[in-house]
Write a protein that binds this ligand. Sequence first.
Ligand code: ATP
Ligand code: MG
Length: 420
Amino acid sequence: MSTFSAPKGTYDLLPPDSAAFLAVREALAAPLRRAGYGYAETPGFEHTALFARGVGESTDIVTKEMYTLTTKGGTSLALRPEGTASVLRAALQANLHRAGGLPVKLWYSGTYYRYERPQAGRYRHFSQVGAEAIGAEDPALDAELIILAADAHRSLGLTGVRLLLNTLGDRACRPAYRAALQEFLRGLELDEETRTRIEVNPLRVLDDKRESVRRQLEGVPLLRDHLCEACKEYHERVRELLTAAGVAFTDDDRLVRGLDYYTRTTFEFVHDGLGAQSAVGGGGRYDGLSELIGGPPLPSVGWALGVDRTLLALRAEGLAPAAPAATDVYAVPLGEEARRVLFAVVTGLRRAGVAADFAFGGRGVKAAMRAANRSGARYALVAGDRDLAEGVVQLKDLASGEQRAVALDAVERELSGLLT
Ligand code: ATP
Ligand code: MG
């Protein structure tokens, strides 16, 4: 009996489901690896101030969702709620932006922590695959990242992911829009918290999901009508490149990532089979972030895809990600001498690249054969004293039940051939 259970809002990944999870994470990362993104790994916690600044003091993440702690030495640390601030911090700290050409392209994968109200698709500990392209302003880079995410979805067989696309303007055109938006919002009937938001972060009011707020947003000024020529041009290039790559998108004027350092391209991938937690990923350009955390100007773009929700989306579409069989060959020894011999065979098979397992624990042959079938292996290797005396083992096809003797010294070659 277990005395403990995992904390609320967390989950354990265990076989057999963990294989699908791993396959999703691999599939989300594979296109990045092929596109020149190098792997980055950062600590599970950072100085709280990095997220306060790098995610934004006024965001839900920082005001409500962050797990913070004070060390015995008095340092305030926070479990990472997202990856961008950490990865940019790491790149700056290592001077990657000075070491070679720009952009610095990085991908990462890990678990993130947010104190949220747990529900289907929303956890306090969850997993993302992310990518950041640091230090270049080029519509092709924005398009590249979006295409790579769309390709990852396609490689998994997902057909129900929709891409929502918007632009947030830049330092030239956003301030005037922000002022116009604030003026409009101040005239609405809103609660105290939302009123504060108008002053700190008015764009985020556009993202309010409540019907009482949405109703009043009819006629709200849209950034579309305030964009400067450079931003319009940039966004048009991104749209053209996506279209040329066959990536469909919907223009969504209200899509925001309401922080001042988010600029221009903004996007979200949504799936309609997930109920309220419909976002399977999102990202955008964040030209001001580097300076905000003490670095030089480094216009950048990135995204994060939720591994958990992508798996839920697959299940909603009735798909199962192709996970390679954990075991191809299962060895069942009958007797002590056979245990020794087959254990050596299994070791040899593994070294030759064949996924092999062994009936441990000295169980009877029936239990061992059941374990062989349960393992998903295609072949069983069975041997007793009589086989060994003849220098053979029995190779059994577990699907057909057919069995034949194979010379001991030919087993590895035989199986390698059968399994390729
Ligand atoms: P949401 O609007 O659903 O709260 P978000 O805007 O907070 O999402 P991001 O910070 O952009 O999400 O994170 C990128 C992706 O990570 C999301 O699209 C989602 O797939 C996933 N994600 C975010 N928060 C959680 C969570 N608490 N549990 C599981 N997945 C999450
Ligand atoms: Mg959230």
